[in-house]
Design a binder for this molecule. Structure first.
Ligand code: ADP
Length: 269
């Protein structure tokens, strides 16, 4: 986008001249677009859980309720408040990443138990999905930030559930060769149209069709995932067939066991 404007300049000989200045404002325009997108996404996404918190609090305050019903409402308020916290954390994470202020711990991390735990946590959120963990290895050690890697697996697993609204199998595979640990998250959900795949890891990007739009989200989860994977020296790719399901594939440089024998303590799992 080129902005053209007239500028009048004085010359030493007291004459005036008007010149036309061309300036490329594509970057500014993109930043503006991004800001307004951010504001509308934030307001929309925060409003929904907040409305639930307010609504259920009002019910609790105004009505004589049976203890079981009270507990149910309180549980909903707790879940929605948790959702708000996670959303705000995502916004803060993205902001820290943008400004280069995100910090990453570098420690030996065993991925297998982290994935196992992340799957167990997800099981609580669904009765429609069936999870399988397939692996030949029981120790897949890389060098990275444990809590950030937990966030990667949680985001990918929760997307597999969220974008498989009719349920289905979620299969996680962990394998390795001498150099890399490979992890796949496969679902049998909505799938992703081919033309959307190159944009998937961009901030705020959401697949623009009614099936996907019906499901709430900010379009930040995968941007955060990619950033953490890259910061751990890894790579993420996706393969998908629209209407059939998706596979998110991760690869991380493996820490060779020989290196570990020199420093056998300090593996977080
Ligand atoms: P959010 O889920 O908050 O919209 P993400 O960054 O996690 O944001 O995902 C970006 C978009 O990618 C989603 O809006 C969705 O359209 C698509 N997507 C992500 N994971 C899956 C998946 N497992 N199956 C189908 N579509 C997915």
């Amino acid at each position: 986008i080129i902005k053209v404007y007239a500028k009048t300049i004085y010359h030493g000989d007291d004459t005036l001249r008007t010149i036309l200045v061309h300036r490329d404002i594509t970057k500014e325009y993109e930043v503006d677009q991004m800001k307004s997108e951010f504001v509308s996404t934030v307001s929309h996404e925060l409003r929904t859980p907040l409305a639930s918190v307010l609504g259920f609090t009002e019910l609790l305050l105004n009505k004589e309720l049976k203890p079981e019903r009270k507990m149910k409402y309180l549980q909903t308020i707790y879940n929605e408040a948790n959702r708000l916290t996670l959303l705000i954390n995502d916004f803060l994470d993205v902001q820290r990443m943008e400004s280069g202020k995100q910090t990453y711990e570098k420690k030996y991390v065993d991925l297998y138990p982290i994935i196992e735990t992340a799957i167990e946590h997800q099981k609580v959120n669904t009765t429609l999905h069936h999870f399988a963990l397939q692996s030949d290895v029981h120790q897949s050690i890389i060098f990275g930030d444990k809590s950030k890697l937990e966030q990667v697996f949680t985001n990918l697993l929760s997307n597999s559930i969220k974008y498989s609204p009719n349920g289905g199998n979620v299969t996680v595979r962990i394998n390795e060769n001498p150099e890399f640990v490979f992890i796949e998250f496969e679902d049998e959900g909505l799938g992703i149209p081919n033309d959307a795949i190159p944009h998937l890891f961009q901030k705020f990007y959401r697949v623009d069709n009614s099936d996907h739009r019906r499901i709430g989200g900010t379009g930040l989860g995968l941007a955060i995932v990619e950033e953490i994977v890259k910061a751990s020296g890894g790579k993420i790719t996706v393969e998908s067939e629209y209407g059939k399901g998706s596979v998110f594939k991760l690869e991380f440089p493996r820490v060779i066991t020989r290196e570990l024998t020199k420093q056998s303590e300090g593996i977080s799992s």
